[in-house]
Design a protein around this ligand. Structure first.
Ligand code: XMP
Length: 525
């Protein structure tokens, strides 16, 4: 969807792994941008979007290969400032009359280069204002096989590195800039400054703020929904919560939320979520108490995929049952985020293996004949959090760790029993309390306890115990796709184990899971 009231920037994706980071850097500068795969970008689509500037991402292909990705040639005559990055630089040079050499066959003095490099300035360039500290070297991240061997007419060199004589180039008369390195990655520590300068030179006002977004989103929801009704599956997670708050602001009582309590929630979770939305924010929330149904169907089931499938199917049935009671509902609200809708260029191809069947309500709209309202489709996770703050959702709620749809079922390997769930809830509450008390909660992507399907012998006081063992899990991650275990101190782990064993009847042994992902996954099932 193109927003037509903000300055807009178009990122043409040539398939770099880090294209999304470019968008992140720009959003941090309050610049609205959209990523579009190069195959979909035409002169007409550019005219329609009317971007104030364009960025060419990096990419894995070689411009020396026939049929490799290009930008629409006419774009270069539209008077729009362009910044090319890595492959984007090479595309610019190639399309504008320069030359690119492939691989390590060194032409104009450049070679393939992967990793840290240092760039030094050549003359002055407004794009570099405030970037080189004391005119010294600046660290950048290079990742390229090919290199430019001859600049396109009109371009000059403004920065070099030992292996990239054309590290920074520009054609000032056309406002075209092209760099060989990746300013968007962490390893180019001051790279954000280049984006800041680029958007300033292109005349951006920095008008993309959450306050403005809120007003526009409300207007758009009203226009889309009219006087019809909307239903929303409230999970208690940040995305569905913020989506509900936004839609409620737009259409008030036309929104009904359904909170499905499957008996696999954490301690006090249902009360907190329902209490906050129903009592404090005045939303209509149906608290679907379906613990018996879910736990009944899960009885005796220990296979992880079967558990997931049972929960997924029941969830849809239950949601449908409650939704059918809402007369005239025509829309289903979903907290879909921008990373889920970006159509990036994929060079990997091939079907991927199902590791876990993820729980979602994806098939619902067609099944129930509902249309979708997805008011967060343009936002990244941290923007959703910022929007949540605009609505006065408390920080401890907005910053909550992700919690999976199948809930505690996948933290209880083996058979699920009510007794085990009770123990798990208590242990989890103590663990999270410890993490909060030690000020570690926000450094961790996700932390939880899993109750293990083994009992072990212990001694407490003078007596023998024979109770469950549990595993603590805590990971750092950016997106949940990969993760590292969190390096707690031994003091923290010892204190936490002591508290859990003392405070939670039923557990007499605590272990810490030090598996990263891959090869592990974050959840145990
Ligand atoms: P894994 O265990 O696959 O988890 O490494 C990655 C992230 O996804 C969450 N997760 C889920 N979230 N429905 C969800 O909404 C699911 O079925 C589901 N399974 C895992 C997990 O908590 C972690 O954040």
């Amino acid at each position: 969807m193109t927003d037509d009231t903000h300055d807009r920037l178009l990122i043409i994706d040539f398939g770099s792994q880090v294209t999304q980071l470019i968008a992140r850097r720009l959003r941090e500068l309050n610049v609205y941008c959209e990523i579009r795969p190069y195959q979909k970008v035409t002169v007409e689509s550019i005219r329609e979007m009317a971007p104030k500037a364009v960025i060419f991402s990096g990419g894995p292909d070689s411009v020396t290969r026939d049929g490799s990705p290009r930008a629409p040639q006419d774009l270069f005559d539209m008077g729009i400032p362009i910044l090319g990055i890595c492959y984007g630089q090479q595309v610019m040079m190639e399309q504008l009359g320069g030359k690119v050499d492939g691989g390590k066959i060194s032409g104009g003095g450049g070679t393939a280069e992967f990793g840290r490099a240092f760039v030094s300035p050549e003359g002055t360039l407004p794009l570099l204002d405030g970037w080189f500290k004391d005119d010294d070297n600046e660290q950048v991240w290079m990742s390229h096989g090919d290199h430019v061997s001859q600049l396109a007419p009109g371009f000059e060199v403004y920065g070099t590195s030992p292996n990239a004589p054309y590290a920074i180039t520009a054609d000032l008369s056309r406002n075209f800039y092209a760099v060989q390195f990746h300013p968007e990655v962490h390893h180019t520590p001051r790279g954000a400054k280049l984006y800041e300068n680029f958007v300033r030179l292109a005349g951006f006002k920095g008008d993309w703020t959450m306050g403005a977004y809120r007003e526009e989103a409300v207007a758009r929801i009203r226009e889309q929904v009219g006087d019809k009704k909307v239903i929303c599956a409230l999970s208690g997670g940040v995305d569905s919560s913020v989506a509900a708050a936004l839609i409620h602001e737009a259409i008030g009582p036309q929104l009904t939320c359904v909170f499905v309590d499957h008996g696999l929630l954490r301690q006090n979770e249902a009360e907190e979520v329902v209490g906050m939305f129903r009592d404090h924010m005045n939303l209509q929330v149906i608290h679907a108490q379906e613990q018996e149904l879910f736990l009944g169907k899960l009885e005796g089931v220990s296979d992880p995929e079967r558990k997931r499938k049972i929960i997924g199917r029941l969830f849809i049935d239950v949601f449908q049952k409650y939704a059918n009671e809402i007369d005239g509902a025509e829309f289903l609200a979903q907290g879909t985020l921008y990373p889920d809708v970006i159509e990036s260029v994929s060079f990997s191809g091939g079907p991927s293996v199902t590791i876990k069947s993820h729980h979602n309500v994806g098939g619902l709209p067609e099944k129930m004949g509902l249309k979708l309202v997805e008011p967060l489709r343009e936002l990244f996770k941290d923007e959703v959090r910022a929007l949540g703050r605009e609505f006065g959702l408390p920080d401890h709620f907005i910053g909550r760790h992700p919690f999976p749809g199948p809930g505690l079922a996948i933290r209880c390997p083996g058979e699920i029993t009510r007794a085990k769930l009770d123990i798990l809830r208590q242990a989890d509450a103590v663990y999270i309390d410890q993490i909060r008390k030690h000020g570690l909660y926000d450094d961790i992507w996700q932390a939880f306890v899993a109750i293990l399907p083994v009992r072990t012998v212990g001694v407490m006081g003078d007596g023998r115990t024979y109770d469950y063992a549990c595993a603590l899990r805590a990971v750092t991650s950016v997106d949940g796709m990969t993760a590292d275990y969190y390096p707690f101190s031994h003091d923290f782990l010892g204190e936490t184990a002591t508290r859990i064993i003392n405070e939670v009847p039923g557990i007499n042994r605590v272990t810490y899971d030090i598996t990263s992902k891959p090869p592990g996954t974050i959840e145990w099932e």
